[in-house]
Write a protein that binds this ligand. Structure first.
Ligand code: PEP
Ligand code: MN
Length: 341
């Protein structure tokens, strides 16, 4: 709350307001301008409102500080964690989700085989790209429609919900036929018409943080989806670009508790794209779980040396069950339980 004092407010009147604010355990920051004194009261909004400062001597008005992201914000109305329900799996709250699968759908054997591994290890959902955002236009761009068909087969064989990326709104209809969660990649985080379209589509969305986006930009982007009436939005930290070149991106784990303060939406962490190499994926996953993430989206492959895309960072499917066990243990220390069916 901002408490704006009247132009002629005396130092005693200012001190009386500060005293009232501090007595309820809130902080008061006094800014004295040439004409006006403004007191910023930081603390429980309802407690401060109940002080009834509006009529107090020397007070001109009390103005609530509104966040620019109204729907995603934890305050004032939506304090509880949002839980996104996906075919019986729950993301958010005390649930921990493990979304795993290959970077890209390559073939029937690779897709169905990997989906079975995810299912058997107790994973929550299956990921795989049919439309891939590649840095080079000459690189493999994904199997497209054929990839979606293989994902549908993986779903009918294992029952796992499917997480897959949509890059172009023109593919929305066919992606909606198979995706239980639509991924918006880092490169499209600020593609506002695409976000609004997904808001209208109503399907759960996993919104990845842009390579150089601030947390406020990420949360504002989610607002484009929420604003259209789609409340099933999950945010994903996947590493940001910093001066460090020893790994692919810098996984910003501070983002997890900070986003939890900013928003009620679930926070998923992608250790794979941040790490860029396999050996780093497990330590980053465990750290993300310890930091309070609501889930992990991780790349795995039966034969990473032969993978078309992102092989060096893919965990081996043979190692996946043991990885899930260790991740589950850390998540439980953080008070969360694996959400699978
Ligand atoms: C991916 O998940 O395969 C991917 C391309 O991720 P990002 O958009 O975070 O780079
Ligand atoms: Mn990838």
């Amino acid at each position: 709350m901002m408490i704006v004092m009247k132009p002629g407010a005396t130092p005693e009147e200012v001190a009386a307001v500060v005293g009232k604010v501090e007595r309820i355990g809130a902080q008061a920051h006094v800014s004295r301008g040439e004409e006006l004194t403004v007191i910023g009261a930081i603390g429980d909004r309802e407690h401060i409102a109940r002080l009834g400062l509006e009529g107090t001597a020397g007070v001109e008005k009390v103005v609530p500080i509104l966040k620019p992201y109204k729907l995603a914000s934890r305050e004032p109305a939506h304090r509880e964690d949002t839980i996104v329900e996906i075919d019986g799996r729950r993301v958010g709250g005390r649930n921990f989700s493990i979304i795993a699968g290959p970077c890209t759908v390559e073939s029937r054997d690779q897709t169905i085989g990997t989906a079975h591994v995810v299912k058997e290890a107790g994973g929550s959902m299956f990921r795989g790209g049919a439309y891939k955002p590649r840095t080079s236009p000459y690189a493999f761009q994904g199997l497209g429609q054929e990839g979606l068909r293989l994902l549908a087969e993986a779903k009918s064989e294992t029952g796992l919900p499917i997480v897959t990326e949509l890059m172009d709104a023109r593919d929305l209809e066919s992606v909606l036929e198979v995706a239980d969660v639509i991924q918006v990649g880092a490169r499209n985080m600020q593609n506002y018409p695409l976000l609004a379209e997904l808001g209208r589509a109503g399907r759960p969305v996993l919104l990845k943080r842009g390579l150089s986006s601030t947390l406020e930009e990420l949360v504002m982007a989610s607002e484009y989806i929420l604003k259209e009436g789609n409340e099933a939005v999950m945010l994903c930290e996947r590493g940001i670009r910093t001066f460090e070149t020893a790994y692919r991106f810098t996984l910003d784990l501070t983002a997890v508790p900070v986003l939890k303060e900013m928003t009620h939406l679930p926070i998923v962490v992608d250790p794979s794209h941040a790490a860029g190499r396999r050996a780093l994926v497990e330590p980053l996953s465990l750290a993300a779980a310890a930091a309070g993430a609501d889930g992990i989206i991780v790349e795995i492959h039966p034969d990473p040396e032969e993978a078309i895309c992102d092989g060096p960072q893919a965990l081996r499917t043979d190692d996946f069950a043991a990885y899930v066990e260790r991740l589950e243990a850390v998540a439980s220390i953080a008070g969360k339980e694996l959400s699978a069916v």
